[in-house]
Design a protein around this ligand. Structure first.
Ligand code: UDP
Length: 485
């Protein structure tokens, strides 16, 4: 009976825009292959990032063939635990509901695979219980994956903490040396957060395959290291599929349907590649002091700019997520007279801009970024070089990759200290936008954009990897999951 039903896949992203956006892009690919797609979403315990809900409703109306299924809210883990643990626990506690949902749809759909986010590894057990093949969709790069796979082994050989190693280099196959201080913040010391993350890293090889949002050209050495299983000396790797870059197609981000965000109209009036764009992911924000320094540096750089400014974290709750904060009061936050003086030269947008569309705009010539992987890929796909200002998660590792390996970025110095000075902001922006060195990075970024287009041509590496994945998903009998139906 199941053979007459349309084939379908169920996707399970982690919470947060950086995970949901690329998962939606993956959904579109599956739909292009004739699958129906359900994206299972978990109610975040706290408002982790901005615009989750409006984004989902927009995708639902634009792509009726992607259905979203909201799992019942789980009892929130104690908020006193580290935020990353609360986040992961929420995803783990949602698994029984995921199991119920999959059982419910069993009789009416022909589910071929469960595709999991890298932090949804608890759901591997759900898939196993049902005899359903599971895949990961890894929303960071091949370099990060190579490092993540090896980190549990490295830590087991380490007496103390990674933090004790300071800036000593840590060696991973296929990566440039990574200063220990640039490894993920949460694993710097042992403890609950470290355990929670290592748990996921250890489970990554257990799926039938891992899709990575990257292209072979961009991360050649890391992709080779993964293929050679260099990161897992004593275990075998499932097949890896480099199916990127998958980036949002650049919604216009206006208030109403079909409306364009006013920053895009402003960009229309600027010269080609003249604007530096500053934006820091779905969760990045700065102290009021840092915002002022940025403003001074930007103004002194003399460049055209488009800057997304958020309210600083409240002093009494520094971990509060931007989604839970009011819009910034720009007059109070920015230096006196800044907005008047820079009128015509720059534009400040509150809280959120349609980043993919901004980066794809011909006027944008540089990007000051926190180096989240989606932001990185959006820059790569648009041929825009980066000033790396990493903030959280694996962004410092991405910075090392972008600066040392890909040569697509220059690093903002001292961003691991309290405040980056206006001088440094000015210097790096001038270097990217005005110097010979900046020109070389721009050329390299343009080359990366061409490679991104080529990767998705008919015989491009990502197209071929994608078709191989689709064949594997359709060949379900080889995974012995017939009993699911
Ligand atoms: N984003 C956006 N506008 C903003 C901030 C972020 O559209 O003002 C999008 C950005 O284009 C990217 C995603 O949110 O697709 C952020 O993902 P990324 O992996 O870069 O960072 P994260 O938010 O996960 O730290």
């Amino acid at each position: 009976r199941s053979m007459q039903l349309k084939e379908s896949v169920v996707l399970f992203p982690s919470v947060g825009m950086g995970h949901i956006i690329p998962m939606v892009e993956l959904a579109k690919l599956f739909i292009g292959q004739g699958f129906s797609v359900t994206i299972v979403v978990v109610e975040p315990p706290v408002d982790v990032s901005i615009t989750n809900a409006p984004f989902i409703s927009r995708v639902s109306s634009e792509y009726p063939s992607i259905s979203f299924h909201r799992l019942p809210k789980v009892v929130s883990p104690a908020a006193s635990r580290p935020p990353v643990v609360v986040h992961f626990e929420t995803l783990r506690l949602a698994c029984p509901h995921l199991l119920d949902f999959l059982k419910t749809i069993r009789s009416t759909s022909n589910v071929r695979a469960l595709v999991l986010d890298m932090f949804c590894t608890s759901a591997l057990d759900v898939a196993d219980e049902l005899g359903l093949p599971s895949y990961f969709f890894f929303a960071s790069g091949a370099s990060a994956l190579a490092a993540f796979l090896l980190l549990p082994t490295l830590q087991s050989k380490l007496d103390g903490n990674f933090r004790d190693l300071g800036s000593s280099p840590v060696h991973f196959p296929g990566l440039p040396p990574v200063p220990a201080s640039d490894l993920l913040i949460h694993i710097q010391e042992r403890g609950e957060a470290n355990d929670a993350i290592m748990f996921h890293f250890k489970r990554l090889p257990k799926a039938k395959g891992i899709m990575i949002n990257t292209m072979e050209w961009l991360e050649k050495r890391a992709v080779e290291a993964l293929a050679n299983e260099d990161c897992l000396p004593d275990r075998s790797m499932p097949p890896v599929y480099c199916i990127g870059p998958l980036v949002a197609n650049g919604s216009n981000g206006g208030e109403g349907e079909g409306e364009r965000h006013r920053c895009l109209a402003w960009l229309d009036a600027q010269p080609e590649k003249s604007v530096v764009f500053l934006c820091f992911g779905s969760m990045g924000s700065f102290s009021a002091e840092q915002v002022k320094e940025m403003a001074i540096g930007l103004e002194r750089s003399g460049q055209q700019f488009l800057w997304v400014v958020r309210s600083p974290p409240p002093k009494d709750d520094p971990a509060a997520r931007p989604g839970a904060r009011p819009e910034p009061d720009l007059e109070a936050l920015l230096p006196e007279g800044f907005l008047e003086r820079t009128r015509g030269k720059g534009m400040v947008v509150k809280s959120w801009a349609p980043q993919a569309a901004v980066l794809a705009h011909r006027s944008v010539g540089g990007f000051v970024s926190h180096c989240g992987w989606n932001s990185t890929l959006e820059a790569v796909s648009s041929g825009v070089p980066i000033i790396a200002w990493p903030l959280y998660a694996e962004q410092r590792m991405n910075k090392v990759f972008l600066v040392e390996e890909a040569k697509l970025a220059v690093a903002m110095e001292w961003c691991d200290k309290d405040v980056v000075s206006a001088e440094e902001v000015e210097k790096k922006i001038r270097r990217l936008m005005e110097s010979e060195d900046g020109k070389a990075m721009k050329d390299r970024a343009v080359e990366a954009k061409e490679k991104a287009v080529a990767a998705w041509k008919e015989d491009g590496s990502s197209s071929l990897a994608w078709l191989e994945l689709v064949r594997a998903v359709r060949r379900v009998h080889s995974y012995g999951c017939n009993n699911f139906y």
